[in-house]
Design a protein around this ligand. Structure first.
Ligand SMILES: [Zn+2]
Length: 485
């Protein structure tokens, strides 16, 4: 054993005296190093996929955050030199990227996940989903369902979700509780539903909701017309008017199935996109979900009115609705975001899987493996979604001045090894479970897989309890002679 070398006391005193003199000399000369700026959080050491205008990838890179905003994206050394961080997230072995933006969904429908699969759309809707909704949609169901959806979303890297459902104020409260963003539309539909007997009642409720959450830091409160086949022309106009009045994006479903187009042609002699145009529905920024069956003329209509599309490949495949003309829409100049749709037709809310399926579906439908490249699909899930929602100046990329919505995604599994190209891995080899840390609006909502905003045990227990009521609602009462289960 070698004794540790301890300098004699005299030497220490001399050293202290010299350094004190040095500090004094620097102060007198005015040459003190500039004080570091305080950062509330620095994420450092990972491969930073910025999605900025140059699509820079910094390996390694770092992101400095002050409050809700990103203030710098640079090398770890440059960030360390400029900022004193109150908190540091080490991202070694991981990709740091913008949070994923889900542009279409029905969060509370996670409660109907796996309730009925492998059915024709109308059987599925009329025998299972509508009866289940008629008997179980309530503020409590929406609250429990949205908490479950928000837990799944923040665990899989979604930092903003777009929603169309009922009792939307409960969706908003649960979204805020989870600490993620929402563009949330109170649904307007032409028949009596749990939260409104008439469309007029629904519109009044929507306006109260929009006023209640106006100016919220996380929630954009808006209104959603369910579709052109469930809402009459007068109500469509009133819905558009409400979104325009508050300057929020109008939400709807568009041309999801061949039947929708055929019925529209038979009834109005117009395609769904043309019918919406004829009633002035597109005269305000809107996001249309699906757009599976769009003609070139329809795409021209959407472009003329700057209508954005939400592409939902998994729902479209599961319900055999078809493949949306994504490449054509992008080439025409439409903003195209990516969505999961509700969990009843997906059956999960994993945006990594949505990216992978978007690439595969579009390659297959176009008979072209160069279609929907990894880069294109990653853009749809980040910047494209931000543009579709009219928020591209605030989110969708990692740049100074943008809001701090970012995720740390582990790249260390066997499935992700080796890594030559992070963008390829994010789309083709990564799953939601690989997300380690999720940051929204500068706040860490999940850190190293530990959820900090919701209590996962309680969220899951509440959902399981409610599921018993959902099951009872769709199962016929057992006959006298039925076998006990
Ligand atoms: Zn939908």
């Amino acid at each position: 054993m070698i004794a540790p070398r301890v300098p004699p006391i005299g030497a220490l005193r001399r050293a202290a005296a010299i350094s004190a003199a040095l500090v004094l000399a620097i102060a007198v000369a005015g040459a003190a190093p500039p004080a570091k700026r305080k950062a509330s959080l620095v994420v450092t050491g990972g491969t930073v996929v910025t999605m900025d205008a140059q699509r820079r990838v910094l390996s390694p890179g770092a992101v400095a955050i002050v409050g809700q905003s990103i203030v710098a994206v640079d090398t770890p050394q440059a960030i360390a030199a400029r900022f004193a961080a109150a908190d540091i997230v080490q991202a070694d072995g991981a990709v740091v990227m913008p949070g994923l933006i889900n542009t279409h969904g029905h969060a509370p429908m996670v409660m109907y996940r796996g309730l009925a699969d492998d059915l024709k759309l109308m059987d599925w809707l009329q025998k299972y989903i509508f009866p289940a909704e008629a008997k179980t949609v309530s503020p409590e169901m929406v609250r429990i369902g949205t908490r479950l959806a928000a837990l799944e979303m923040l665990q899989s890297g979604t930092t903003l979700h777009t929603d169309m459902y009922y009792f939307e104020e409960e969706v908003a409260k649960a979204t805020k509780e989870a600490g993620i963003r929402g563009v949330l539309g109170q649904t307007i539909i032409g028949f009596p539903v749990a939260d409104a007997k008439t469309p007029a009642e629904g519109l009044a409720r929507a306006e109260r909701f929009m006023l209640a959450f106006r100016g919220d830091a996380l929630v954009v409160a808006t209104v959603a017309a369910h579709s052109m086949y469930t809402v009459d022309a007068e109500t469509l106009k009133a819905t558009r008017g409400l979104a325009a009045k508050y300057g929020v994006p109008l939400l709807t479903h568009l041309a999801e199935t061949r039947d929708e187009v055929d019925e529209s042609m038979a009834k109005h002699k117009l395609s769904p996109a043309a019918y919406f145009e004829s009633v002035g529905f597109w005269d305000t920024p809107a996001v249309a979900a699906h757009g599976v069956h769009l003609s070139d003329a329809d795409i021209a209509i959407l472009l003329r009115h700057r209508v954005a599309l939400s592409h939902n490949p998994e729902s479209n495949m599961k319900l055999a609705s078809g493949a949306a003309p994504v490449t054509k829409s992008l080439k025409a100049g439409l903003a195209v975001g990516l969505g999961t749709d509700g969990a009843a037709s997906n059956n999960d809310l994993d945006m990594f899987e949505a990216m992978r399926q978007a690439a595969f579906l579009n390659k297959l439908s176009e008979g072209d493996p160069t279609a929907a490249s990894a880069q294109t699909v990653l853009e749809m899930a980040t910047l494209g979604g931000a543009a579709a929602l009219g928020m591209a100046d605030r989110i969708g990329s990692l740049e100074a001045g943008k809001l701090a919505d970012l995720i740390v995604v582990s790249m260390r599994s066997a499935r992700q090894t080796p890594m030559y190209n992070p963008v390829s891995h994010l789309v083709y080899a990564t799953r939601g479970d690989d997300v380690r840390t999720t940051i929204v609006n500068g706040r860490i909502v999940m850190r190293d897989r530990r959820v900090l905003t919701l209590s996962p045990g309680a969220v899951l227990a509440d959902a399981r309890k409610l599921a018993a009521r959902v099951r009872a609602a769709v199962e016929p009462a057992p006959a006298q002679s039925s076998v006990a289960r």
